[in-house]
Design a protein around this ligand. Structure first.
Ligand SMILES: [Zn+2]
Length: 147
């Protein structure tokens, strides 16, 4: 499937709206060599539109792990659970920061944190280094963590 074209104006809207942080793990684009990318929340494969209300800003780690997935299975209940949606959900309702670890607070948070691999060893080490240097959570990230 070809990648849909996202024009510069739409990219700017998405990155500005996100305050230039990954809307999933809240790491700033300036703290990632690879920056952030525009992600289709509902992937094109599943009929998601290339429109502002279906786009979010995601770091390459979150975006690659998410791929075209929409959610996963809660293995305790067997239920299909959708991913966290940055356009309709508030980050702090589904996750909380425990030092460098992103803990889930809901089933939506659990499947998102697990499938997007928020707490892999490398990513925790990265966040520990950012915390130590005072870069994480950034002021932009704190707006997503606290109402
Ligand atoms: Zn991320």
């Amino acid at each position: 499937m070809s990648r849909p074209y996202i024009n510069a104006e739409l990219r700017r809207l998405v990155s500005d709206r996100a305050d230039h942080i990954c809307e999933y793990c809240l790491v700033s684009e300036v703290d990632r060599l690879s920056g952030c990318q525009v992600d289709h929340i509902i992937s094109v494969k599943h009929g998601g539109a290339t429109a502002a209300d279906n786009l979010c800003y995601a770091c390459i780690f979150c975006n690659l792990q998410k791929g075209t997935d929409l959610g996963s299975i809660n293995w305790q209940t067997g239920e299909l659970v959708r991913f966290f949606n940055p356009r309709r959900d508030f980050w702090g309702d589904h996750f909380r920061l425990d030092e460098a670890v992103i803990q889930h607070q809901t089933d939506i948070g659990e499947v998102t944190a697990r499938i997007l691999d928020f707490n892999s060893g490398d990513r925790i080490i990265e966040r520990q280094a950012l915390i130590a240097s005072g870069q994480y959570p950034s002021a932009s990230a704190l707006k997503q963590i606290n109402k």
